[in-house]
Design a protein around this ligand. Sequence first.
Ligand code: T4K
Length: 376
Amino acid sequence: MEKPFEEPLYVTRPFLPPIDQFTEGLKDIWESQWLTNNGPMLQKFEKELAKIHQTENISVFSNGTLALQLGLQALELTGEVITTPFTFVATTHALFWNKLRPVFCDIEADHYTLDPEKVEKAITPWTTAILAVHVFGYPCKLKELEHIARKHNLKLIYDAAHAFGVEVDGQPIGTFGDFSMFSFHATKLFHALEGGMLVFNEPAYKTTLKYLKNFGFKNETEVVMPGTNAKMNELQALMGLTVLGYLDQIIEKRRQLTEVYCEKLSKIDGITPPRIPDKNVRYNYSYLAIEIDEPLFGISRDALYEKLKEFNIYSRRYFYPLISDLACYRAVPVDDDLTVARDVASRILTLPIYNELTVAEVIKVCSIIAEIGSSK
Ligand code: T4K
């Protein structure tokens, strides 16, 4: 019988660089006496991010939610936007704040991203855009969505909050579609304490976004649009710059842990380990999402989630309930029966994965799950 972990095991823990490296950077900030409003640290961070994304068309924000909200505002969209109900609630909130109606559409079963066939069926004369999510860092069906967007003259927007570091056929994931939003929240594999970024294809958005995140100021006396405050501060930028230096190492560690998880979990009846994308994808292993088949495993996903707590393991049900079932979106009419999304949301569980987690801990988590399954 496995014993509970002595310390709680959370679904994630932020990557913390060596503290001395961070305090060295703090000295620069102290010297500059510049704490926010497009400071030198932020400019340096933006330069590095632009290099990675092979484009100058990027803009950094205080968090991912505001980045997405302002990206949508810059596009001046109206009407309906086809989107997924299987995501974090911020995706839909960004539509709400732009007075756009979400049209929830079903996902495909392998990687939980929007099902292109269902997307095409959901198009109406009022549709202006598709807002897809690379959920858990799994790339959406890029070619199919691109084809549909072109054919129907729709904007194509990606919520890439989970997808930092992902590449498809050697191309950074952020460079697909009209724009992509990344989250640099502390719980993400790459973080800046909090933060967000847009990567976009239209150079003119750069100026609009610059205004939108700084109250609409064009200069000291002219305010040209009703902007907000969504600026990244210097401490965030310093953390981002510092963590960036460890990105490859962080992804490699997660790859190793995922490999162990997959090997161990594949031996447990009723557990489906994560489906790793094909070789043409440089995946980032951002989440460890498994599916529980109750009849085969013996107990439900929710029962397993509760049982794991007894062993000091705090898994999460990302993403349950579906957004379309939340109190604030329940009244939104949904034509799609969301069969796959409903099934996935009832069976999915995300397990601990983060840089400090050890292989021994992963083996123990898997062995606890196996024990719970066999003792039903
Ligand atoms: N789009 C998508 C698809 C997203 O997933 C998100 C954010 C967004 C948009 C919006 O981006 P941001 O505006 O956040 O940049 C967490 C994160 O807060 C959220 O950023 C993230 N998605 C979401 C999937 O996860 P919660 O409510 O689950 O977080 P919380 O506080 O329960 O943290 C999870 C676990 O992480 C804790 O149990 C312990 C650990 N933790 C957390 C924090 C904050 C730590 O160990 N240290 C920490 O500092 O939402």
